[in-house]
Design a binder for this molecule. Structure first.
Ligand code: FES
Length: 154
């Protein structure tokens, strides 16, 4: 049975036919919509590389069924810049060396955007670390990531 869903991805309406109701949002983004900025790390909700915003809230797209997203608004790393102008969180990651290899960076940035929008960091590095704890960085760029989030939040 084919299931049709209608959602918005980075501001563009998408009508998607799903032959398999088990398709995740991560696979929908990467394999069907060719939005490969969202990364697959563990594929089991442990690393945060696949973080995107759904209706403004952070989700692990590897744990989110595409079939559950009828009418949802999805924002991925491809949708955060405005033309040539980086999102302030992107700029802060560059200014603070908030990455090394860069694989986790799209998920880190999406998580940071969601976290900042929650409005409860108050410039506190410990709150940033706790709020970003679902996003792992194997290079260990955590100091730069924390500083980037603090700068972007200020
Ligand atoms: Fe989704 Fe690791 S790929 S949390």
């Amino acid at each position: 049975m084919t299931l049709s869903i209608h959602l918005t991805v980075n501001g563009a309406a998408q009508d998607v036919a799903l032959d398999d109701p088990r398709v995740t949002l991560l696979d929908l983004l990467r394999e069907r919509l060719h939005l490969t900025g969202t990364k697959k790390g563990c594929d089991r909700g442990q690393c945060g590389a696949c973080t995107v915003l759904v209706d403004g809230r952070r989700v692990n797209s590897c744990l989110t069924l595409a079939a559950s997203l009828e009418g949802a608004e999805v924002l991925t790393i491809e949708g955060v810049a405005r033309g040539d102008e980086l999102h302030p969180v992107q700029a802060a990651f560059i200014a603070n060396d908030g990455f090394q290899c860069g694989y986790c960076t799209p998920g880190q940035i999406m998580s940071a955007i969601g976290l900042i929008s929650e409005g409860r960091l108050d410039g506190d590095p410990e709150r940033v670390r706790e709020g970003m704890s679902g996003n792992l960085c194997r290079c260990g760029a955590y100091a730069g990531i924390t500083n980037a989030v603090l700068e972007a939040e200020a």
